[in-house]
Design a protein around this ligand. Structure first.
Ligand SMILES: Cc1ncc(C[n+]2csc(CCOP(=O)(O)OP(=O)(O)O)c2C)c(N)n1
Length: 522
């Protein structure tokens, strides 16, 4: 009879989870040992838990099924929380396996004892601690089913449950999807066919594939505009794909984007609010006189309603006539840039070279201002963004996306400050020989925080305040940092150098990093 750890891994594999981004400790050693008994599970070692959780997010956004993470007790989970927060905001399915002390050891309050449930509860839609070895595989299957609803599921596994013999297979038939979702389709249809200015605000699964096609059909039938959240989990874009306008990060700009709208239909998205409170400015960004309609009770459920809704709306509204709504992007690329290397010329180089089928992970922050325009007509690609605003997501996300899609090129657009949070991801990229090209926009600044100083009305900040946002003292050597983790790298200081290095990196398999030295935008 298998022990708990063996039955747990078997249960996960049987439920369709066969990649584990791991950073284990003593309480997870039986799980580690059991990996040799269940060869279908692929373990991927990550040198920090924030890398493991971000990689699991990137993996599931691309593979469309969950990976699991293996985390060590409360502190290991805590180290992974920021990227679990981003994953929760992306509605990404993830199964966390968190080892715990043996049940009899917990009352002793050993040094690593902590409130795992509280930490897990802050990001998880499903939390369970298994107390009977015979139930471990079934709990794993339930965790996978819960995650498949677009949630984070955390299974806490006491060490003695892992090492005890008596593991049983999970009963079949667990986790059948729940039934029909009630939603007032007639009211939403009436709003869209009223002739008044309307827009669909897309989030979750509606920004790609079938969801995006259905949304575009609705737009063409009703004339509604297609908008999406500021930070979509995975936006499909490029030549031949319906164009979707992303809401701006800046509240004033969102006000201009939404001005005059009478109906805003949420399709897997939340109603727009500003990222922070600013003195004298509204937090709720829905304009006066605009009614907000939700297509489903929760963003996770919208994807299930959308096909039926699209059929209903197109039947009510007649043939698709509004071809100016949701037009497909025309193929176009910028010319290869020359001269000074700036955020703008770097964006032109990326737009000129982006390969068909690329997965772009965007944590470029202020240096990314020019990227959407420069890449809008590039060959079809996916764009993954910082859904929850917790920086340090880009490199892990790119790592997971490359594990999920080994035949697609991954381009990770990273800003220097954010890169320094979870750069250990490069080591995993080297170890797994992942095809990731990382561009670090090296502006030697927490540039956006200089803008935020002004936005919150603290613009008169002095030298000490500005120094706290400066990354030039000492200068970070990204070429050396990457090299130290086994990733070849080069520095670019002109547009020509950057273009040539990017072209070579995209053509060569395996990881590569370009230190792209640019002046700060702010
Ligand atoms: C986990 C986390 N810690 C801190 C912050 C606050 N923060 C927002 S932006 C930023 C600096 C960003 O600098 P960089 O990544 O270099 O991008 P730039 O603004 O220079 O374009 C910080 C520290 C955050 N968003 N998330």
């Amino acid at each position: 009879m298998p022990n708990g750890a063996q039955s747990l891994i078997r249960g996960l594999v049987d439920a369709g989870v066969d990649v584990c981004f791991a950073n284990p400790g003593t309480s997870e050693m039986h799980f580690v040992a059991a990996l040799d008994d269940v060869p279908e599970m692929r373990p991927v070692l990550c040198l920090f838990e924030g890398v493991a959780t971000g990689a699991a997010d990137g993996y599931a956004r691309m593979a469309e099924r969950p990976a699991c993470t293996l985390l060590h007790l409360g502190p290991g989970l805590a180290n992974g929380l920021a990227n679990l927060h981003n994953a929760r905001r992306a509605h990404t399915p993830i199964v966390n396996l968190v080892g715990d002390h043996a049940l009899g050891h917990k009352p002793l309050d050993a040094p690593l004892e902590s409130d795992i449930d509280a930490l897990a509860g802050s990001v998880s839609g499903w939390v369970r601690r298994t107390r009977d070895v015979g139930e471990l595989a079934a709990d794993a299957a339930e965790a996978v089913a819960a995650a498949a609803e677009g949630r984070i599921a955390t299974l806490i596994v006491p060490a003695d449950i892992s090492w005890t013999d008596g593991g049983k297979a999970a009963p079949t038939g667990l986790g059948a999807p729940s039934g029909t979702i009630p939603c007032d389709i007639e009211a939403v249809t009436a709003a869209l066919t009223s002739g008044e200015p309307a827009a669909l605000l897309l989030g979750a699964d509606a920004t790609r594939g079938r969801g995006l096609e259905d949304a575009a059909r609705i737009a063409r039938a009703t004339g509604a505009r297609l908008l999406c959240e500021t930070f979509p989990a995975r936006l499909e874009r490029g030549a031949g794909v319906p164009e979707v306008e992303r809401l701006s990060y800046l509240g004033d700009a969102v006000a201009a984007q939404l001005a005059g709208l009478r109906h805003l239909v949420l399709v897997g998205a939340s109603s727009p609010v500003s990222f922070f409170a600013y003195p004298g400015k509204p937090g709720d960004l829905v304009p006066e006189g605009c009614q907000v309609h939700a297509l489903a009770p929760s963003p996770e459920q919208a994807a299930r309603v959308l096909p039926m809704f699209a059929r209903h709306v197109t039947r009510q509204a007649g043939p698709e006539t509004a071809t100016d709504a949701a037009p497909e992007a025309a193929p176009r690329r910028p010319a290869r840039p020359t001269g000074a290397l700036t955020a703008e010329s770097a964006a032109d180089a990326i737009g000129a070279l982006l390969p068909e089928g690329a997965i772009v992970v965007d944590e470029s922050n202020t240096s990314g201002l020019w990227l959407p325009g420069a890449t809008a007509g590039a060959p079809r690609h996916d764009w993954l963004t910082l859904t929850g605003g917790a920086i340090g997501q880009g490199m892990p996300l790119a790592t997971g996306a490359a594990v999920a899609c080994p035949r697609r090129p991954v381009l990770c657009l990273e800003s220097d400050g954010s890169a320094m949070y979870t750069m250990q991801a490069l080591w995993t990229q080297a170890r797994e020989n992942l095809n990731v090209t990382t561009v670090v926009f090296d502006n030697r600044s927490y540039a956006i925080l200089n803008l935020e100083l002004q936005q919150v009305g603290a613009a008169a900040a002095g030298e000490r305040a500005r120094d706290l946002l400066d990354l030039s003292r000492p200068e970070l050597d990204f070429v050396a940092l990457a090299g130290g983790m086994g990733v070849p790298a080069a520095k670019a200081t002109t547009a020509e150098e950057f273009t040539a290095q990017l072209e070579r990196a995209l053509a060569d398999p395996g990881p590569y990093l370009i230190d792209c030295v640019v002046p700060p935008m702010v």
